[in-house]
Design a protein around this ligand. Structure first.
Ligand code: F0G
Length: 354
């Protein structure tokens, strides 16, 4: 969209901001909705599949949508420091927006389970990063208590302004398609984003901007799928470290979204996630991080349930560049090394001459 000034400016009539709210923005939002024909073909029956590539936000994930709101409101309230627990993306976004607002960012991460790119971001944006000997759920417990006892604002998705900002992704989907999809498929960790999308669709629906509401289809990694199992998971495990969460912060909200939208929570295995991740890269030229591919993996798994001629939007929450290790591990044998710097040698190996 021409002249895009960030999502608060674009959607301010739908957001809790006033003339006196300082808008802290990196011009986030306005991310592409990309048709993925290879996935559509795998499903057949004239089903149209799109990916909402939110990895193209300024810090490479959908968290920027929530953070522009959360940090702007924190700034308005006079906060000088923010804190979050994170599997990586929240910390990168919090660090970037806090820096822009002239605030300090403290982030607590599970030691050894945050992808390299996300760590690099938090450090470059100048956050104070503490790696704890525990998982995300432990980190969230600590930061919630920190925010109650000390002058720091919590910017995890229990902060209501986060969800307000993130709901704009649903607005963009409807603005781009001209209608709401039959299914909205989305990876689920704390269930903030699925809640936010639903808020956005409902708000647009009540303003007659779309006729139908989508079924909200949430996908979790099989080793950390509390919503599928119906209870907290004490030791969540998955290669999709972004959603390695056993005790989701937005439990009640997620259950009401499932009910109100007649949606579902389902689990996808790490193998299914990596297969979708590979297909997106190889067939579509779209590089997302493993957790994001859970949405596409889920749609492929449940493809029989999609209505004929239906439209499905899969949310790709984070950029593939966040997690170079996962990509390299999958492609270990892909680079041919030790080749002489010689034209004929190269042409021979490529099969153009013998
Ligand atoms: N996808 C990615 C890439 C994420 O980073 C996250 C959450 C999710 C999906 C799940 O979103 O929690 O709203 O259901 N990442 C958080 C973080 C936990 O710390 O970056 P959710």
């Amino acid at each position: 969209k021409a002249g895009w000034k960030g999502l608060i400016e674009e959607y301010k009539h739908y957001l809790p901001v006033t003339e006196s709210t300082p808008i802290i923005t990196l011009r986030e939002g306005n991310t592409p909705l990309i048709p993925v024909s290879s996935i559509s073909k795998m499903i057949g029956r004239n089903v149209k599949v799109y990916v909402k590539y939110d990895g193209l936000n300024p810090t490479g994930s959908f968290k920027d949508r929530g953070m522009t709101m959360a940090i702007s409101k924190a700034k308005e309230a006079g906060a000088q420091a923010v804190i979050c627990a994170s599997t990586g993306n929240t910390s990168a976004a919090a660090a970037a927006y806090a820096t822009r607002a002239g605030m300090k960012a403290f982030v607590i991460i599970p030691d050894g389970y945050v992808a390299l790119g996300k760590l690099a971001q938090a450090l470059i944006y100048g956050a104070e990063v503490l790696a704890i000997d525990g998982n995300f759920d432990d980190a969230l417990t600590i930061v919630r208590e920190m925010a109650e006892s000390y002058p720091v604002t919590l910017v995890n998705s229990v902060n209501p302004y986060r969800l307000e900002g993130q709901k704009t992704a649903a607005f963009e989907v409807v603005d781009t398609l001209g209608y709401a999809p039959d299914w909205l498929a989305i990876p689920v960790g704390n269930a903030g984003n699925i809640t936010a999308y639903w808020m956005g669709f409902c708000q647009y629906h009540s303003e007659n901007k779309c006729d139908i509401l989508p079924k909200m289809m949430g996908f979790q990694a099989a080793g950390s799928a509390p919503f599928v199992e119906g209870h907290q998971v004490l030791k969540p495990e998955t290669i999709a470290t972004a959603i390695r969460i056993g005790n989701p912060a937005n439990w009640e909200k997620a259950l009401s979204v499932r009910e109100a939208s007649q949606g579902q929570f389902n689990a996808v295995t790490d193998e299914e996630i990596l297969e979708a991740y590979r297909i997106l890269g190889r067939e579509e030229g779209v590089f997302c991080e493993p957790a994001s591919a859970a949405s596409v993996a889920g749609v492929l798994k449940l493809k029989e349930q999609i209505p004929d001629n239906g439209t499905v939007v899969c949310v790709l929450t984070g950029n593939g560049l966040k997690d170079p290790d996962s990509a390299m591990k999958l492609s270990e044998s892909g680079i041919r090394g030790g080749i002489k710097a010689d034209l004929n040698e190269v042409a021979r190996i490529m099969g153009f001459i013998s």
